[in-house]
Design a protein around this ligand. Structure first.
Ligand code: ADP
Ligand code: MG
Length: 617
């Protein structure tokens, strides 16, 4: 029988390879931007037409190419970035496969112009479907411009497979964000159909994030920094109260390369554990620097997935770094019994002294001080005090245990125990309270049949929710006048969202003085809203409205009341005085529907004596 195996012609091989490298206009954007960065450009411009379907052009001021290199760059496996397989383990460039330009040229019309610094003139090449149409000498600035037109013009099936322009543009912008975030020291600009979409000057990392995601991002960022021998972590996480329902702002960069990693994402989520509202996602912008030898980026053609040698250590370091930052910025309670200390520091830190383990105690706590129930604004006032030994948690329990063991009110609260008081009979007085706060999360109260366990956050949500509903419906509320009106900046869509519920907001106590294209001016706010939380509350409201599936039951009033009560309710982790606990319990049972939170979750459970006694059998 005759031989039947043939080598595929180059242009066919390139088209096949293109399928791996180029899925959509955004893939071209990624490859061209990365080439410009590898060429040491300091200014990079991206021009897009029709979401990249008609044109993707990248202009850089990088090193440019010689006449021969310009021609060679379109050959498959033509790269200036590696010479041998060993180089793969020392990668400091984005590209290394030498297939991007060959692949792109196989499925589009490509025009390249390039000039090196010491050359008088540059070179211009036109290629269509892998075929070189022309190569000329041109006058062109130093650097390279590559225009990719009519993507997939010769593969109609792939072209038809592309999504609508808004969807493709979203992908392009995502790609642009990733590259721009990984390189704040490079200036980037992006234009779509002739209009400027982004103009990002060279800057530091924080400014880059703010320039991309808007001025209001600045106050949301908490810095994360950790330097160890295996790994350097730097960047920011978003404060938990700003967490969004969409996963949009989650960025990991490893050695300046954007990567996706469900595993590392999990590490962050676990650092945020208990701090996020249900259904919201933490945002993060984190750079990990590791030895290039310890990773393998070669496992995926578009290189967003990489393999780490020691994922477990990375996980533990990342989790503890983020947790530490959240704690330092008083966002999370530092005390964490679940934390596995071995995981947190898997090896010895250089130049770091051993720290005595400490627990967090508020020594200035005074049970007799008048405080309001709404403590949302005091979230940032956690005080860290020197270590108190763990035994102190148990002191006094013993002596009390001779009394009726069934009466919870007799048990000393840990905070009370450590509170020096001028009242001689303070423990007696405080123990008159019939509630006990467990792990700053639940309030326990004895009832006739046994005991009641109340979720403090959900209970408070219910109380606030009914209050807001009342104010909105009877249109009667008390407003606090702001000395200086607050301006809050939003996008036009976000402003439109707020306008939807403007009247209801006014009934809760908001007073708006301006509704402009990009900001709202507020001169009055509801009494129970702390002024510094206004922008967070409105942010969440917008996100709740945007994520609401519009159905027949949609009620702006209800949504507003739910959103505001969620924002303002006492959170888990917040210590409550005996008086506050009682006030909350009483308010809850003064509600119309005390047993459910506004989102239909139980606010309390009961355990009767039989159940309890059965547990001791
Ligand atoms: P890779 O980036 O993997 O090397 P590409 O196909 O993307 O492969 O590019 C091939 C070669 O073309 C690169 O190695 C580089 O030498 C050259 N090149 C591509 N784009 C540029 C650019 N913007 N400036 C300078 N040289 C470039
Ligand atoms: Mg490349």
């Amino acid at each position: 029988m005759a031989d039947i195996i043939q080598l595929l012609p180059d242009h066919v091989a390139n088209q096949i390879a293109a399928g791996e490298v180029v899925q959509r206009p955004a893939s071209v954007v990624k490859e061209l931007l990365e080439n410009a960065i590898d060429a040491q450009a300091t200014q990079i411009k991206l021009l897009i037409k029709d979401a990249g379907k008609t044109l993707v052009q990248v202009i850089d001021n990088g090193c440019g190419m010689s006449i021969t290199d310009a021609r060679l760059s379109f050959e498959r496996h033509a790269t200036s970035k590696i010479r041998s397989a060993e180089d793969l383990f020392q990668l400091h460039t984005k590209g290394f496969r030498g297939e991007a330009l060959a692949s792109i040229a196989a499925i589009a019309h490509v025009e390249l112009k390039s000039r090196q610094e010491n050359d008088e003139v540059g070179t211009q090449i036109e290629i269509e479907g892998s075929e070189v149409k022309s190569q000329d000498v041109v006058v062109t600035p130093i650097g390279t411009s590559i225009a990719v037109k009519n993507l997939f013009y010769n593969i109609p099936a792939r072209r038809n497979f592309l999504k609508s322009n808004p969807v493709e543009l979203r992908h392009v912008i995502d790609e642009f964000h990733r590259v721009a975030l990984a390189h704040p020291n490079i200036g980037f600009a992006m234009y779509h159909n002739g209009n400027e979409v982004f103009n990002l000057p060279e800057s530091n990392y924080r400014q880059r994030i703010v320039n991309i995601f808007g001025n209001k991002t600045n106050e949301k960022l908490v810095p994360v920094k950790e330097d160890t021998e295996v790994l350097k972590i730097s960047g920011f996480v978003g404060k938990p109260e700003y967490a969004k329902k969409t996963r949009g702002e989650q960025f990991f960069f490893v050695n300046n390369r954007f990567i996706k990693s469900a595993y590392l994402n999990h590490a962050i989520n676990s650092a945020f554990d208990g701090l996020l509202r249900e259904g919201t996602h933490a945002s993060y912008f984190l750079n990990l620097e590791v030895d290039p030898k310890s990773i393998d980026i070669n496992i995926h053609p578009t290189k967003t997935e990489i393999k780490f040698d020691d994922e477990h250590t990375l996980y533990a370091l990342l989790r503890s770094a983020v947790k530490h930052s959240l704690g330092q910025f008083s966002i999370a309670p530092v005390l964490d019994f679940d934390r596995d200390a071995n995981l947190d520091t898997p090896y010895s830190y250089k130049n770091k002294s051993v720290q005595t383990p400490s627990i967090e105690v508020d020594r200035s706590f005074n049970p007799f001080q008048e405080e309001t129930v709404s403590k949302a604004s005091s979230r940032s006032s956690y005080t860290k005090q020197p270590a108190a030994s763990w035994e102190s948690l148990y002191v006094d329990l013993e002596s009390k245990s001779t009394k009726s063991s069934k009466d919870f009110s007799e048990i000393q609260l840990e905070s009370e125990e450590q509170t020096p008081s001028i009242f001689t009979d303070s423990s007696k007085l405080e123990s008159n309270h019939t509630t006990y706060q467990l792990h700053k999360k639940y309030i326990i109260s004895p009832i006739k049949s046994g005991m009641l366990i109340i979720d403090q956050n959900r209970a408070h949500q219910r109380v606030l929710y009914e209050e807001f509903l009342k104010h909105i419906t009877i249109k009667e509320s008390v407003s606090q006048q702001l000395l200086f009106p607050v301006q809050v900046f939003f996008s036009p869509e976000e402003i439109a969202c707020i306008e939807q519920v403007k009247q209801d907001l006014e009934h809760t106590g908001f007073v708006f003085t301006h509704f402009k294209d990009d900001h709202i001016e507020i001169s009055g706010i509801p009494v129970n809203v702390p002024a510094q939380e206004v922008s967070i509350i409105l942010e969440r409201l917008i996100s709740d409205i945007q994520n609401e599936v519009p159905d027949t039951n949609f009620s702006a009033t209800d949504l507003l009341a739910k959103s505001m009560s969620k924002s303002l309710a006492i959170k888990a982790g917040q210590q409550l005085t005996g008086t506050e606990q009682e006030h909350l319990v009483n308010s809850l049972f003064g509600c119309k529907e005390p047993n459910m939170s506004p989102t239909n979750k139980p606010t309390f459970i009961t355990m009767d004596m039989n159940e309890l006694e059965n547990k001791f059998i």
